[in-house]
Design a protein. Sequence first.
Length: 44
Amino acid sequence: MNGKILGLDIGVASVGVGILDKETGEIIHASSRIFPAATADSNV
């Protein structure tokens, strides 16, 4: 193992990501992505 913790928050219209150093608790990376709202017309 490389001593990192990966956290994911997966929602219906967004995804969040975090990577922590396991020993120090330091945040190595944090980001999120918000998707445009879906409509039934675009699913055809």
